[in-house]
Design a protein around this ligand. Sequence first.
Ligand code: COA
Length: 261
Amino acid sequence: MADLQNLSLSTNGSILTVTINRESKLNALNTDTIAELKEVIQSVYDDKDISGVIITGAGEKAFVAGADIGEFSELNEMNARKFSEEGQEVFQLIENCHTPVIALVNGFALGGGCELAMACHMRVATANARFGQPEVNLGILPGYGGTQRLTHLIGKGRAFEYLMTGDMMDANQALSYGLVNYTEVDKEAAMAKANDLLEKISSKAPIAIGLVVDCVNAVFNQDENGYQTEANAFARCCGTDDFKEGAAAFMEKRKPEFKGE
Ligand code: COA
């Protein structure tokens, strides 16, 4: 992997933490950061040694305070579609990744930051987290999937409210709306929670976990019959060695040892 300027990576066992490292700009996503994120997530697709990913922001104040406004203020009608589609592609890469990805939302998650968090499979927030899509304040709307994923996650009426007012929601509201899975008192506790979740998942059969991602995402793909996707995924799992191991372990009253085969 090329030298990363905007992200820092660390591992805890088989769990990779990706930290967006532009603290002085509240970790705003410029195009270089998006490109680095793409490279890192692509590498996760090919790395069987990584069982889970945590994405977070440097510092205590912000997860990501949006796309970099200084950079995208130059956009016009000719080049903005490409900008949007390129960002969407990276976030889809995260959403479709067979390795579970958790957003650890440690402060402001605004605009592209809220969109990035929503592209992850789960979200664990600190008590000071703030979520919002304030693009209407700038005369635009979300371009990295926010209109779609916010509606999926919190429902149409609430999504309209937040997309149209640009208001922020706090961590408790986000929890009550189902936007986040857990809120924790601070970053350390949120990190422990995210690690616990990923460690638990890493003890399950990796092929089944990856196919859960496909099946859940199929719900939101109008061109796909999710029930068919599920039946195909179920059949695929039943052909794995891990299924034989899981069933044998149950019968023998022991813990299964899955190999991802
Ligand atoms: N893009 C580029 N720079 C950003 C940014 C963004 N989305 N969000 C924050 N920054 C920068 C600020 O310009 C400032 O840089 P400076 O010190 O060089 O002037 C630095 O980060 C700190 O932000 P600041 O606004 O001073 O902090 P604050 O505590 O007063 O306010 C926010 C925090 C998050 C409320 C405020 O920064 C904000 O509204 N950011 C933009 C959010 C947004 O609209 N995001 C969606 C973009 S599509």
